[in-house]
Design a protein around this ligand. Structure first.
Ligand code: ZN
Length: 110
């Protein structure tokens, strides 16, 4: 069983890959998208909510740098609907996770 964070990492990777293929004509991730993916994974690693988290779009903690945040929003808007077609299981899980309104109490609160 994948953890919530692992799942989110996979979803973001799929979304960026779809976007890159469509907009940058790249079969693998172009350097720009690879950089954004690394950044997104890094943010998830540091997410204080971990497995209790809602989706990043709804999270109360805006941990992304505004510039990155803007970019990821554009990618999600573009790849979101396409996810249902290419990765239906991930997309449905994502919709389900999104229904969780509040993040659950942080697990590793310091
Ligand atoms: Zn790209």
């Amino acid at each position: 069983m994948q953890t919530r964070i692992e799942r989110e990492k996979q979803t973001i990777q799929d979304m960026i890959a779809l976007y890159c293929r469509k907009h940058h004509n790249s079969s693998s991730l172009c350097p720009e998208c690879l950089d954004l993916l690394k950044y997104a994974h890094q943010r998830l690693n540091k997410c204080p909510y971990q497995n209790g988290k809602t989706t990043c779009a709804k999270c109360l903690v805006h941990c992304y740098h505004p510039q990155r945040r803007n970019k990821i929003k554009i990618i999600m808007r573009s790849s979101g609907p396409r996810m249902l077609f290419y990765h239906p299981v991930a997309a449905i899980r994502y919709l389900f996770d999104k229904r969780r309104r509040e993040p659950i109490t942080p697990l590793n609160k310091k």
